[in-house]
Each structure stands twice: as C-alpha cells, then as structure tokens.
Design a protein around this ligand. Structure first.
Ligand SMILES: Cc1cc2nc3c(=O)[nH]c(=O)nc-3n(C[C@H](O)[C@H](O)[C@H](O)COP(=O)(O)OP(=O)(O)OC[C@H]3O[C@@H](n4cnc5c(N)ncnc54)[C@H](O)[C@@H]3O)c2cc1C
Length: 459
C-alpha cells in the first residue's frame, strides 16, 4: 500500500488537522516536520516556539504508535528528498500563510514522485467565504464580526486513526540550531516562559473558560494581571490549537452559563479579520493598506528606534513593554498598542521598523495579525485608529496599571522582570538598571510634532 506524508506545517497538533485526516484516509502516514534555516533566520523566536512544541508532538504521535520525522534543510529540497526516499505518492499539508509561500512546493513534491495536496487552515471561516453584499471583503471589523457570528462555524475534526508504514525514514533531532543562534538573547530565557504542546494549549483554554473569562471585558486591558487574557496566541500561531476548537469549546461554555465568552470570541475573530485582509492583500506587511500613506514622512530605522528596541526610551510604560517582549517573547496587547503608537507617532518612525522587531522577537508572531495591528496603530490600515489619536503612555499607564505593578515588575532594580531583562540583554547593550534613560523628546512635544507632520501630510 502506498504511503502518504503529512507535513505538519505550523499545525503542530493531531486535533482538527484537515491535512492529517486526509492523509490518514488513504493509508499509512509518515508525519513530517521541516526545520528550514531560512525560517529560523527570519523569525527566530517563532521558530524556537515551534521547536519547543516538537517533543510534545512526538509524544502525542507515540501514543498512536506513530513517529515524528524531523528534517532540517531547505523546505523544497527536504520535501523532494523525503518523498523520493519513502516512495510516498502523496504529500498532504496545510495551505501556507501567506499563501505566496506555497510557490515551488508542488514541483518539489513532484520531483520526488508525489502529488502535493494543500488543505485549508482550520480557521473559523474558509478564506473568502464571508463577503459583503457587494461581494467584496469586509474592511471594517464590526460588520465582519456580525457576519462571522451569523455563520455556522464548522465543527473541528477529531484526530484520525493512524496506520503505520512498513518502515520509517531516519529523523533529525527536534532542536533547531539556526533558531538558537539567531536569537539575540539566550534560548533558555524565552523558553522559561513557554508552555508548549497541544495538551497544554487545551488546558489553558479550559482553565481560562472555567474562571478568568468571566472578567475578560475589564481585565483584558490590565497588563499586570497574569490571567486577564487567555494567553493562547502563541499556541494558535504554531497551530497547537485551532480557532475552530476554541470557538466550539467557547460556545459550549457560554451555553453552560459562563459570562464573558462572547467578548473573548470577538477577539478571536480579530485574528480571523487580519487573515482575511492579508489574504486579500499579501503585501500588507510592507505596504500601507491605504496607499496614500506610503508618502507619509516617517523616518527609517534610526538611533531612537534602536533605543526603543533596547527598551531604553525613558518612557516607563514603553520600556516595560519592550522588556516584557525581550524576556518572554510576548507583550500584553494594550502595551503593544502603546509601544507601537510611541514609535510611529512620538518617534515618527516607520511602522515597518516596529513590525520587523516584533517579527523577530515574538513567539506568537503571525504575519497577518502583526501587519494588521501595526497598520492599525500607525493609522494607515483598514479600520485603523486615526493617526491623530496619539496614545499618551503615561495616561495609559495610570489607567491600566494604576498601582504601577506592571512597570515596577519590569523596571524597578531588583524586581524579577528587571533582573531577567538584565540577564537576557546582550552585553553590548550595557544595561544599567539603576539609571532610567532620558526620553529623546517629551510626550507633549512628541505629540505636537506628530500632529504637525500629519497636518502637513494631509495638505
Ligand atoms: C502592534 C501589534 C502587533 C501584534 N502582533 C501580533 C502577532 O504577531 N501575533 C498575534 O497573535 N497577535 C498579535 N497582536 C495582537 C494581540 O496583541 C495578541 O494576539 C494578544 O496580545 C495575545 O494575547 P492573548 O492570547 O492572551 O489574547 P486574548 O485576549 O486571550 O485573545 C484571544 C485571541 O484572540 C486573538 N486576538 C486578540 N487580540 C487580537 C488582535 N488585536 N489582533 C489579532 N488577533 C487578536 C489572538 O489570537 C488571541 O490569542 C498584535 C497587536 C499589536 C497592537
């Protein structure tokens, strides 16, 4: 009987995995993961996040008496080689995201003697299926949300029975050395903040729905809370859990009387909205959605932006957020908006400078969410926050971190977050925890400068 390869491509789970179900329906399956150095170089923290998930995936496959074959190298070359080596007639995998990244893979599989089958992402709705009455995509979130809410979201697929091949190809280790070396901080720093694997993601969802979701509407904006939000974005980003699974487990919790679930699912739909926009405009991570904004006089990378990356702007809420990012690979959503606004408005720096830093350092990096949110913050995206809405980091801090618990954790000498940052930062950054940096520009002057630039641009 012919074997099929199931290439686990950023879908590191057995649950709700359309490509795996399709591969298993045709006979024996060889589960494959490819660790491509190019991906590790471009997105080291995200690559590390994936690598940490692989031992968990191995364990899950072992429970089915199956194995995980890990191969390092150029994606197309590995696909061709493994297809030829195993004699597989089919490779099943998930559509790449962004979609342009599927280019060349069909031909590579064919050179190895196999046919490539691309299966949809297990998102809430199939791409392009939710349309306005005029047949276009939604460019504003609220009507998109209403349209999603009106759809019967497909139920997630259960893990299939896996038939085993007669022999197994050899496998590399799950370690991803290129990601290790591309991380600008120690591997262990970020690893300590990651709870990887499909089971952990499901536990996190259940725990969140059992308690914290009830207060989600108010707690989600308070960065000092450790469980104000679900913390599921990195699991979603590497595919340890599907949006459909979250949706249906959420709806069941709501039917059992849990408050706050609707607010939570609405946020999950923001991720979907981002994917819909990115599908329509795959250049959205480097081109302003509203084209006229490509002429806005943003500064390219500069010394102030470097200080921003190193969390030494001298603005407490901004520096706290950037330290959180560097140490944990994540940053609270409210603070992402604050640091983004500060970079693009007070420092008048191009949103793509911030987007690139996030793409390298976030463990929940997602091309669509990152691009949509940076454009939202910068004011050049669809349904974006208007440019003249300049977040004041101090006011935001007073509102959402009134007792300074978040800022103290990351900034106060001797506090756990500050100490972790000092250990994580490269020596060349010369971190001096005792000395707060002096801001390049005062908040009021920065705001006035941004608004003047905006007025000039509009004329
Ligand atoms: C400048 C900027 C860049 C961002 N880059 C990313 C990114 O690369 N990857 C990423 O997953 N999120 C990104 N976000 C969105 C958001 O900050 C994170 O999804 C959120 O902090 C994740 O925490 P959580 O899982 O606890 O979220 P919860 O509040 O529990 O929300 C549940 C899920 O909804 C989705 N979600 C929530 N808010 C948003 C949002 N604004 N946009 C899209 N999806 C959302 C996420 O998948 C999240 O896991 C970015 C936001 C900003 C302002």
């Amino acid at each position: 009987m012919m074997v099929a390869i199931c290439w686990f491509r950023r879908v590191l789970r057995l649950d709700d995995h359309p490509a795996l179900v399709a591969a298993a329906s045709s006979g024996p399956v060889i589960p494959l993961v490819i660790l491509d150095p190019a991906e590790a170089e471009a997105h080291p923290a995200s690559a590390q996040r994936q690598a940490l998930s692989l031992p968990r995936l191995q364990t899950a496959l072992h429970r089915h008496n199956s194995r995980l074959i890990v191969r390092r190298g150029d994606t197309a070359e590995v696909l061709e080689h493994v297809a030829r080596q195993t004699g597989a007639d089919a490779v099943h995998t998930t559509e790449g995201f962004p979609f342009a990244s599927d280019h060349g893979l069909k031909a590579a599989a064919e050179r190895g003697g196999a046919t490539l089958h691309l299966h949809p992402l297990a998102d809430l709705v199939p791409r392009g299926s939710v349309r306005t009455q005029e047949g276009g995509i939604y460019k504003v979130f609220t009507p998109f949300w209403r349209a999603v809410r009106a759809v019967d979201i497909d139920r997630p697929l259960d893990p299939p029975t896996l038939h085993l091949p007669q022999s197994w190809p050899d496998s590399d280790e799950t370690d991803w050395p290129e990601a290790r070396s591309a991380m600008s901080r120690g591997w262990d720093v970020v690893a300590g903040h990651i709870d990887a694997g499909e089971d952990a993601a499901r536990d996190r969802l259940d725990t969140f729905l059992e308690g914290p979701v009830a207060d989600y509407g108010t707690h989600r904006d308070q960065p000092w809370r450790t469980s104000g939000t679900s913390g599921l974005s990195d699991a979603l980003a590497v595919g340890e859990i599907s949006a459909r699974r979250i949706w249906h487990v959420g709806l069941a919790a709501r039917e059992n009387g849990r408050q706050g679930v609707e607010d939570f699912l609405r946020e999950v739909a923001w991720r979907e909205f981002a994917r819909e926009l990115f599908h329509e405009s795959p250049d959205m991570d480097h081109t302003c959605w509203r084209k006229e904004w490509n002429d806005f006089p943003w500064k390219q990378d500069n010394n102030e932006a470097e200080d921003w990356r190193r969390a030494r702007t001298g603005v407490p809420m901004v520096d706290a957020g950037l330290r959180e990012l560097f140490v944990t690979g994540r940053m609270h959503n409210r603070v992402r908006m604050v640091v983004g606004s500060y970079l693009t408005k007070h420092l008048l720096t191009d949103w793509r400078v911030g987007l690139d830093w996030f793409a390298r350092t976030l463990t929940d990096w997602d091309a669509a969410s990152n691009a949509m949110n940076w454009q939202w913050v910068a004011g050049c995206g669809p349904d974006a926050s208007p440019y003249f809405r300049v977040f004041n980091p101090d006011t935001q801090a007073q509102k959402f971190d009134a007792k300074a618990r978040y800022r103290d954790h990351w900034l106060k000498p001797g506090a756990p977050g500050a100490s972790s940052f000092a250990k994580a930062a490269p020596r060349s950054w010369n971190i001096d925890l005792q000395r707060m940096a002096v801001p390049a520009i005062s908040l009021s002057q920065g705001r006035a400068r941004a608004l003047t630039a905006y007025e000039d641009f509009k004329e």
